[in-house]
Design a protein around this ligand. Structure first.
Ligand SMILES: *Cc1c(COP(=O)(O)O)cnc(C)c1O
Length: 349
């Protein structure tokens, strides 16, 4: 305690491990791929990947290739890394050197991966994506047979291994997600008919993974819930707690106001003012206003410079969670975490 002069995001490996254990137990026999995009939801992708691998997680989802390559250096050769954003040829080549599994969601990208694999001599491990209704990325049903045939042909020629099929759900309604799963399963069945063997089949992110066991494939891609961020408007999650706290020191007392050293410059939305309570040594206090680099809240009797105030966390001082903050301003908990700037010091314990 003490000595903190500015805002600190304090990430706790014990909590992350407990969340991972809760997710892992809930999804078995499906396997967890922990998603660490957006620098591990603001907590630190490298830290999260190391904790996850120590906890026995064998799949890390990075979104982009540069992050995956950086993580490969952190976690060694054992765990699988999955990068799914359409990337440049140079990035593809680097991914193949680092044994990164690639998510492939267009015929053009498939051809480019095959060319890079041929040139590099490394077999690309690819997971082919079927668009099941989001229309963001993914082969359409009309392109699917051609994509599978091209992949299998390149596999026979020794350039790639088609190891998986995947898609992403809207999570807007159960009915829509059911329809998406039906399209997904039809695509998998068709690929198998064409001769594919697909050990890895994945469709769900946090919410659907948790609530809809019937939608889980062999793998589930879970980010938010591993970091303890429940869905906005969603239920509390037994065994899951926020893996980080945001704290800031009191810098001075002005009458009945305690001023703390964190503000909109650090990435906190100024619209939170008047809408949330923060955690203090004397319990929750209303947040009155948010300036560029400081905030003002109702003081308590013994309030003094150096006292730590929690903006969000697990509630140990009456503070709210990232998702409760998000709900107060109509957004999602991930947004609260991911907007925190590098000015917020990251501390790991
Ligand atoms: C972000 C993302 C996930 C993880 O989503 P959460 O809701 O944070 O679990 C899974 N899959 C894809 C494709 C994603 O973009």
């Amino acid at each position: 305690m003490g000595g903190v002069t500015g805002p600190v995001l304090r990430a706790d490996a014990t909590v992350l491990r407990a969340n991972i254990a809760a997710v892992t137990a809930r999804v078995a026999p499906a396997e967890l791929m922990i998603v660490v995009k957006d620098d591990g939801y603001g907590l630190g992708a490298a830290w999260a990947a190391r904790v996850a691998v120590d906890a026995g997680v064998r799949w890390i989802g990075s979104y982009d290739i540069p992050t995956a390559i950086q993580l490969r250096a952190e976690i060694g050769d054992g765990p699988r890394l999955f990068a799914w954003v359409t990337s440049t040829d140079d990035e593809i080549a680097a991914a193949l050197h680092a044994h990164v599994d690639l998510g492939v969601g267009s015929l053009d990208y498939l051809e480019r991966v095959i060319v890079q694999a041929d040139a590099s001599g490394f077999r690309a491990r690819i997971h082919l994506k079927i668009d099941t209704g989001l229309h963001r990325n993914g082969l359409s049903a009309a392109e699917w047979d051609e994509g599978v045939r091209i992949a299998l042909d390149a596999q026979h020629r020794g350039m790639i291994d088609l190891v998986g099929a995947w898609s992403h759900l809207a999570e807007a309604s159960d009915a829509e997600d059911d329809a998406a799963q039906a399209r997904f399963l039809a695509a998998v069945a068709r690929a198998e008919e064409l001769g594919a063997v697909l050990p890895h089949q994945h469709l769900t992110a946090s919410a659907a993974t948790w609530e809809r066991p019937e939608l889980r494939g062999t793998l589930v891609r879970v980010g938010a819930f591993c970091f303890g961020v429940r869905s906005a408007g969603g239920p509390d999650l037994p065994g899951i707690a926020p893996a980080a706290e945001l704290l800031a020191p009191v810098t001075r007392i002005e009458g009945d106001v305690a001023v703390i050293a964190v503000g909109s410059f650090d990435g906190l939305p100024s619209t939170l003012a008047g809408r949330i309570r923060v955690g203090t040594p004397a319990g929750p206090r209303p947040l009155r206003d948010i300036g560029i680099d400081e905030m003002r809240l109702e003081a308590w009797d013994s309030a003094a410079p150096g006292d730590e105030v929690l903006l969000f966390g697990r509630g140990r001082c009456g503070e709210e969670t990232p998702t409760t903050l998000a709900e107060a301003i109509g957004t999602v908990g991930e947004e609260i975490l991911c907007r925190l700037t590098p000015h917020v010091h990251r501390e790991y314990r």
